[in-house]
Design a protein around this ligand. Structure first.
Ligand SMILES: NC(=O)c1ccc[n+]([C@@H]2O[C@H](COP(=O)([O-])OP(=O)(O)OC[C@H]3O[C@@H](n4cnc5c(N)ncnc54)[C@H](OP(=O)(O)O)[C@@H]3O)[C@@H](O)[C@H]2O)c1
Length: 186
């Protein structure tokens, strides 16, 4: 996720204006380590998700409605799959399903290929993952820009505070990259 210092995560519904080449390079490097991407349907729609440039990387779109554009390159390429409930409508794409009324995210993650799952937001999916305590690490970019309209932050507030430890802070031009890792008590 990328955020401005004052917590803005998009400009007119898109996050691209907050980023730049250093941030895009960071995203590519994270995707290079990932075996799959998990993204909320709102983000897939507004950010107009396409297929991943990394060969074989699956992009799982979390949705209850299943109202997505299945004629878009994300799905026609075979790269996009749907992560939804067992009750959700049939979809013209590969789907993984868990949970009846709400998506059981832990069970969805178990159905993804073994390895690193790169979550790319948005705030509603992030909140559900924090609430279920499924987040092992947060990779946050602080953008050197201020502006836009304050809307959602990187996560709608989870019900419980979760503790993370600072694992690294690096910079590239004016961007700051912070990594936090989850502290789990034994
Ligand atoms: N700055 C950044 O790094 C960054 C990153 C990502 C997104 N964003 C911004 O975030 C905004 C989009 O956010 P959003 O509020 O639409 O959040 P979102 O989490 O991307 O999407 C919400 C939608 O995704 C589905 N969804 C999310 N969590 C779910 C869950 N636990 N179970 C079932 N379905 C779930 C639902 O889709 P259905 O309605 O289809 O059921 C829900 O309506 C955009 O403006 C985007 O630019 C910013």
């Amino acid at each position: 996720m990328i955020t401005t210092p004052d917590g803005v995560i998009d400009v007119n519904g898109r996050s691209g204006a907050l980023g730049g080449p250093p941030d895009q390079a960071r995203l590519r490097s994270l995707r290079a380590q990932a075996t799959s991407v998990l993204v909320g349907a709102g983000t897939a729609r507004t950010e107009n998700y396409g297929p991943a440039s990394k060969q074989g990387l699956q992009i799982a779109v979390v949705t209850t409605s299943c109202a997505l554009d299945f004629t878009s390159p994300l799905f026609t390429s075979g790269c996009g799959i749907i992560a939804t409930t067992v009750n959700a409508p049939a979809v013209p794409a590969h789907s993984i399903r868990a949970g009846t009324d709400i998506v059981d995210l832990a069970a969805i993650i178990e159905q993804l290929p073994l390895g690193m799952v790169q979550v790319e937001g948005g705030p509603r999916l992030n909140a559900a993952l924090f609430e279920a305590d499924l987040v092992d690490a947060i990779n946050l970019t602080v953008s050197p820009r201020i502006g836009g309209v304050r809307g959602a932050s990187i996560s709608e507030a989870p019900h419980e505070l979760r503790n993370f430890a600072l694992a690294s802070v690096t910079t590239d031009s004016d961007f700051v990259f912070v990594r936090y890792e989850r502290i789990r008590s034994a």
